[in-house]
Ligand binder design. Structure first.
Ligand code: ADP
Length: 177
């Protein structure tokens, strides 16, 4: 069930690979060659075309740095595109993690704007294997998306897709505030 927090921000609990949006965001790693968690789920559901484009990007620019983003096809996913962004590994919070996480949201939204994508779905970047504390990560995610939407027309709609109960509660709190 999607909760509507504004006409441009929604919260959905479930699997991001099932979302019918213009682009889903992948919590990738800097190799762009796939991994566990949401990354593995996206490559499995979208098929080999995604990895093929990731390899081509790697050959051109040598992967993707933390905080940056690149865009590929969505392959067999309902979403036409995947935006791959590399979240920071949590290392105590004084190694620039909040700014790097904010960059992930901004750079992903910039790619969506450049292509005038109608809708983008984000997972909780860095809140799995990368260990970013979920409350702080939810605050960054909601703040950055709100800031972006306040001054940009594209994307028209952002969907936060949470997998677990804890993130659902945290996003609900952030979005209600
Ligand atoms: P990271 O390495 O950036 O921490 P993970 O993939 O380990 O990335 O986790 C990021 C977040 O995505 C976690 O909150 C995890 O619960 C969530 N997640 C994992 N699989 C899915 C999925 N299929 N759809 C949406 N969210 C998912």
């Amino acid at each position: 069930m999607a909760s509507l927090f504004s006409n441009r921000i929604q919260l959905v609990q479930g699997d991001i690979t099932r979302q019918s949006v213009s682009a889903i965001v992948n919590a990738a790693n800097s190799s762009l060659l796939g991994g566990g968690g949401v990354d593995g789920a996206i490559h499995r559901a979208g098929g080999p075309a995604i990895l093929e484009e990731c390899r081509a990007i790697r050959a051109r620019q040598g992967g993707c740095k933390t905080g940056e983003a690149v865009i590929t096809t969505g392959g067999r996913l309902p979403a036409a595109h995947v935006i791959h962004t590399v979240g920071p590994v949590w290392n105590g919070g004084r190694k620039g993690e909040p700014e790097l996480l904010a960059n992930c949201y901004r750079n992903s939204l910039r790619l969506a704007e450049e292509r005038q994508l109608e809708s983008v779905a984000f997972p909780g970047i860095s809140t799995g294997i990368y260990g970013y504390p979920k409350p702080e990560a939810a605050a960054v995610a909601v703040h950055e998306v709100r800031q972006w939407l306040a001054v940009h027309d594209w994307p028209q709609r952002v969907v936060f897709v949470v997998f677990d109960e804890e993130n659902r509660r945290l996003y609900e709190q952030e979005l209600a505030g």
